[in-house]
Design a protein around this ligand. Structure first.
Ligand code: DUC
Ligand code: ZN
Ligand code: ZN
Ligand code: ZN
Length: 487
């Protein structure tokens, strides 16, 4: 099986150049000018288009059991919708119930994901702490290619963890060379505000945003970073939606700490006014956490992406249909949290990022693919257009247009949060493992064709930390002398 992508401009995180890309058996085998297609090869005309690494969405929740229901998008429909939008890999989340074995939960998710159409991998959430969890984090990193663990600082009474768990888990992950990721919202503050709002008779979707103000995220992001810094551990903050959290990350990075931030496409273009929609069902469709924000936060997020202070973009794709959302008719705290957008992320970012001059095409590749591949140790197999890399590619048409709508999308949800938005910049062809899975508006994904991708740990960063501690030793204090005089 061979395919030649002819006449396009290759765009990577570093450079753009005119070249043909030739792939065989799922791998890029040659990049250069003016190839003749070997007999029997398929040829894709990429004239006037960009050939880029397929998008990687580092944050999805396909068929997640959550808040009394199950997310409507499964691994096949979700990865297929992703392919239609130029995304060729997801990193989804295994979320064990408190007290559940992490390895057992991981196996459960692996079973569900066998139907995926494109490649995938898993972060595993730490929702409780014990010696068993400590041990299983080791098993997952050594035997199952898991190099990242997730922590929810919100969802009190369910999957929220306290600072003690964060410290134990961050320290363990650091020992293993794994990366900790955090959903940063102060769950106690959210719980308190939810109760107060309900007592005041505020029961509609507007209460959801009021119960999760920007400070709630800012405080938690700052705290997670501080806890990581106590240990000298790296930390990755998922779905950064506020100026406060963006600033906390920037400050830490400027001080030399390894802190990463992820932005959801929807937080860049949709604001909090959606919760004031008089139609309950429409307002409820936008209930997700963190919620949509006042407009000025969007500028902070864009600035973070273009400056490199925030590194990745995702969707938190976690779909619930109107009948599922209706569970919270009389009480906003019962509306299942989640929105969708895996099919639209790339176009939303191109149109509003590259189309407005906020991002260069190379920066677009960085924040949709390469940075994620590097942070989560998938590079250069993923996130690169180079010989030897997987042939997960998107042929991007910068002039193509689309009006986003639930009527035409491939996502398994009855609503589209971007309904009616017109975007310029679309995936014309998407290749997964060298196969055309989306071409000129036709979806050709195959159930079960996706592979689980191992992500080995990076080497632990202890050396760097010793050096860091050395640099931060108070002036005039010699450690050996200080030890010697201690009685
Ligand atoms: N936020 C959501 O909106 N849904 C799933 C989990 C989360 O943190
Ligand atoms: Zn989250
Ligand atoms: Zn410092
Ligand atoms: Zn999430």
């Amino acid at each position: 099986m061979s395919i030649l992508i002819r006449g396009g401009t290759v765009v990577t995180a570093e450079q753009s150049f005119r070249a043909d890309v030739y792939c065989e058996n799922g791998t890029i085998v040659a990049i250069g000018d003016g190839f003749d297609a070997p007999a029997g090869s398929q040829v894709v005309d990429a004239g006037g288009m960009y050939v880029m690494p397929g998008g990687i969405d580092p944050h999805t929740h396909m068929e997640l059991p959550f808040m009394g229901t199950v997310a409507s998008e499964d691994f096949f429909s979700g990865t297929s919708a992703g392919a239609a939008g130029g995304t060729t890999m997801i990193i989804d989340f295994v979320i064990p119930a408190p007290q559940q074995s992490l390895v057992e939960a991981y196996r459960q998710w692996r079973g569900w994901a066998e139907k995926a159409a494109t490649d995938y991998s898993f972060h595993v959430a730490v929702t409780w702490w014990s010696d068993q969890v400590r041990e299983e984090m080791g098993v997952l990193t050594r035997e199952h290619g898991v190099n990242s663990f997730k922590h929810f600082m919100a969802y009190k009474g369910a999957i929220m963890v306290d600072d003690g768990v964060l410290l134990n888990s961050f320290a363990r992950a650091q020992e293993l060379g794994a990366l900790c990721t955090v959903h940063a919202e102060n769950g106690d503050a959210v719980f308190h505000l939810q109760k107060t709002l309900l007592e005041q008779g505020i029961t509609g979707p507007e209460g959801h945003a009021l119960s999760r103000p920007p400070q709630v995220e800012g405080e938690a992001a700052q705290r997670a970073i501080a806890i990581a810094n106590v240990l000298g551990a790296p930390v990755y903050i998922v779905h950064v939606s506020t100026e406060q959290a963006t600033q906390a990350i920037s400050r830490a990075r400027a001080a030399g700490h390894r802190v990463y931030g992820e932005v959801l496409a929807q937080h860049l273009v949709i604001d909090e006014s959606v919760y004031r929609n008089p139609d309950w069902q429409t307002a409820a469709a936008y209930v997700m956490s963190p919620p949509f924000r006042a407009k000025h936060h969007q500028e902070a997020l864009w600035a973070g992406l273009s400056s490199g202070g925030l590194q990745t973009t995702a969707t938190d794709h976690c779909c619930f249909c109107a009948p599922q959302k209706a569970a919270g008719r009389d009480n906003f705290t019962k509306i299942p949290n989640g929105t969708g957008g895996i099919e639209d992320r790339m176009s939303i970012l191109w149109h509003n990022g590259v189309g407005t001059g906020r991002l260069t095409p190379n920066e677009f590749v960085r924040i949709t693919s390469t940075n994620c591949a590097q942070i989560f140790n998938l590079y250069p197999r993923k996130g690169a257009v180079q010989v030897g890399a997987d042939a997960d590619l998107v042929v991007w048409d910068p002039e193509g247009t689309r009006t986003i709508s639930a009527k035409t999308h491939h996502q398994n949800v009855d609503f589209n949060i971007y309904e009616g938005m017109e975007v310029k910049g679309v995936a014309r062809h998407t290749l997964s493992q060298g196969n055309l899975v989306w071409t000129d508006g036709e979806l050709r994904t195959v159930r079960g064709a996706g592979r689980y991708i191992d992500r080995p740990c990076h080497p632990p960063v202890f050396k760097a930390i010793e050096r860091y501690n050395e640099l931060h030793r108070p002036v005039g204090v010699d450690r050996e002398v200080a030890t010697a005089v201690t009685p």
